[in-house]
Structures are given as C-alpha cells and as structure tokens.
Design a protein around this ligand. Structure first.
Ligand SMILES: [Zn+2]
Length: 406
C-alpha cells in the first residue's frame, strides 16, 4: 500500500510484467468502469488478445466481472467489465477526539450501511475493545454486505512507517502506542491504519482517476479537532523518513500564541481547530488537556455557524478570524509546495460562503507569488464524509493496488 499512483503505468519493476499489467488494468477499471476490453486495449496501446488474457486472469481471480453489453455505433456490442466487489466489504473507521464513526463500504468505497458512532475511549486498551465490539456488531447487523476484507482506520495522529504504532496523537494524548497488533487480535481481521489527512489524500487520488485530467500535485487539509495535511506530489503521498511529513498543523503561526494540544504554543492548529473557533466565540482561552467549561463542551462549530447566520456578531467575528488564520496557514503550504489545488474538509467548510473571502485574504497576504495566491481551493463537504471515504480507500487499496494483488 506504499504506492497509489494515478497512472500506475510506471509502478516498481521488481514485479513481473504480468503482475504490473494486471494492476494497470485494475486501476484503469477503477477509474472508468464499466469499460470494454477494446477500450482497455486502446488506452494501454496493447493488442486485444493480450488484454483479453489479462482480463480473463482477473475474472478468474474474482477481481473483475462481466456486466451488460455496452453501446457502440457499429458492429457487435462489447461486454462491459466491472471491478467485482460483490460479496466482499470493508469497514471504514474515522477516529475523532471524542467520537468514532464506522461504516461498511464495498471495496470501491460505496457505502453499504448507515454511519454508526461510538464514544472514543481515551485509554488504548478500552479503545481497542470498544472498536472491536462496535465493528462486530455493525457487521452482524449487515450480513448481506458479505465477507469483511479489512478494517480501514483514518487516525487523528502520526503513525510509524508500518502504520502500526501511534507515534503521537495530540487529540487523544497518545504517544508511542502500538495499536495495530491488539486491534488485529481483537477483531480477527486485517487492519489498515493511516493518518486521517493522508487517508483523505489517498481517497482523493482514487477519485481523481475518474477524471480525464491527472490531479497533479495537491494538498488535502482536514480541519476538525486538530488540523491534518496530506500532501500528494507526483501522484504519491509525501511521507518523509519517518512517515510524519506534512504536520503543518503544528507549524507555529506565533510562538507567543495559545497553547496547542501538542504541548507547544501558537501552532496553526491552535488558531483554526474546531475547539479554537468555539473558544473564540465563547470568549474563553484554549486549555488543551483540561476538561472544557460546560459552555464550551456544549458548543460545536455548527452552532457557531448557525449563530453567525442568525446575525450574531461575536460568532461571525470568531468564524472570520478562523478563516483568516486558515488562509495564513494555507499560504505556508502554497509557498512550500505550490500545489495545483487544495482540498479542504471539516465542519467549518459548511460556512464556506461566509468565510471564503477571509480565507482568500489570509492566503493572499502571505503567498509570496501573486499567481500562487490564486491556487484553487476545493471544499469537500461534510456530507461527502471525506475521512470515512479515506478509511474506505485504505481497504480498497489493499485489494486493487496492493503489491500482492497479482
Ligand atoms: Zn501543536
């Protein structure tokens, strides 16, 4: 699951050409299914017969199925090919500071159940037991979803290179927690964990395959309890030596600034997280690690947005400040990577019509090149559940992109 390249034509050559071809066909199908053997041959620049052999092999392996005949202007109607995820599913899990969300999806990420939620236990052993219990119940409630292939977890924190150990999760107060092994033991299922923003970025690469144009370099920013950034350069998620690259959320905006959940002061996250927005609206200081006041605990970013829409000046000012700081941080990202676009997800995007101008102003203030200040910002609405989609992509990638597919 190390590579998830939009084209996958130039995947690592350690594998046999046959394995690479099978993977390329799978990924072309994922991008534009249903499609025909003739179309695949044309797009791959290969002989029909050769493509036919690869497709037959994939059908035998249960990864591809034939569907209805397609339309054509002349001659015999071609049989259309689909990725076959029938009878198999995955569980997508989005872990947040206070609540965890679960959903069953098929192997290409289509929801097969409603979202189930549970409280996020702060003690790792209890978290594992709770998640195993909820996952089992969710699967038991949906037997028609089929055999569960794996559980994909979008996690709010940094993971080691193997995706097994939580290096640091400020939102949960965890450091060096070996999470995957006990989860696998408790679930009896394969588990794929990924930093939430990196998972969102992976899902976005996946989605972009459906478009004619390649996605180019892009960044996915998720603003929730914390701020996560997934960076995609040359079709791959930037990981760095220890898999902790992209922690822009903890870039200092002002070292004299408010205390951040990571322990430092003045991080970007401490200015734009949901709690920062709510605290600003309530006129209270941020106190990470301490129980919030009853007023803060009862208020969400959705409430702040609703108040702002209702004409509450304090709420509108709080939102605008968050938006401005958001733009300043995005400027650092633009100055560093100059991406083709920035995707942004999180509760605050529900107020995009109110705050976009403020975000843009912050970005323009600090973007070093005027042209870079125009970087397109694409909102991924909360209804699209980007983090669950990211978690689902982790499972799908195991099947359709993993090196052991072929
Ligand atoms: Zn921080």
């Amino acid at each position: 699951m190390k590579r998830l390249h939009p084209d996958l034509v130039d995947v690592a050559t350690r594998r046999t050409p046959g394995a690479i071809n099978r993977q390329v066909v799978l990924n072309l199908l994922r991008a534009g299914q249903p499609t025909s053997r003739a179309d695949l041959a044309r797009r791959l620049g290969m002989q029909r017969a050769a493509v036919g052999r690869i497709v037959n092999d994939l059908i035998e392996k249960g990864l591809v199925r034939e569907g209805a005949a397609g339309e054509t202007s002349r001659g015999r109607k071609p049989t259309l090919l689909h990725l076959d995820s029938r009878g198999r599913c995955g569980v997508a899990v989005d872990v947040r500071a206070t609540r965890t969300f679960l959903m069953i999806t098929d192997l290409v990420g289509k929801p097969l159940s409603a979202v189930r939620t549970m409280a996020t236990e702060r003690e790792p052993r209890e978290f594992v037991a709770g998640l195993a219990r909820e996952t089992r119940q969710l699967l038991a409630d949906h037997p028609q979803a089929g055999r569960c292939h794996a559980v994909g977890i979008a996690f709010p924190g940094m993971l080691d290179r193997t995706g097994s150990v939580v290096v640091q999760a400020p939102a949960l107060g965890w450091r060096d927690v070996a999470l995957k092994a006990p989860l696998v033991a408790a679930l009896g299922l394969p588990v794929v964990m990924e930093n939430a923003a990196k998972a969102c970025a992976l899902a976005q690469i996946w989605d972009a395959r459906g478009h004619a144009a390649p996605p180019g370099d892009f960044v996915f920013v998720t603003v929730s309890d914390g701020v996560g950034v997934g960076i995609v350069l040359g079709g791959e998620v930037l990981r760095g030596r220890h898999n902790v690259a992209g922690e822009f959320g903890h870039l200092p905006l002002n070292v004299e600034g408010p205390r951040c959940a990571c322990g430092a002061t003045g991080c970007w996250e401490a200015y734009v997280s949901n709690l920062a927005t709510v605290a600003r609206c309530a006129g209270q200081p941020l106190r990470p690690g301490q129980a919030p006041s009853s007023e803060l605990a009862a208020m969400t970013v959705g409430d702040v947005i609703a108040r702002a829409r209702g004409g509450d000046v304090r709420a509108a000012t709080a939102l605008n400040s968050t938006a401005h700081y958001l733009g300043l941080g995005l400027a650092s990202i633009v100055n560093t990577f100059d991406p083709a676009r920035i995707f942004i997800g999180g509760e605050i995007t529900a107020a995009w019509d109110l705050i976009e101008a403020h975000v843009r102003r912050g970005l323009a203030e600090r973007a070093l090149a005027a042209t870079a200040a125009d970087t397109p910002i694409v909102v991924v609405a909360a209804e699209e559940q980007p983090r669950l989609r990211g978690a689902a992509a982790l499972v799908g990638a195991q099947v359709f992109v993993a090196e052991d597919v072929a």
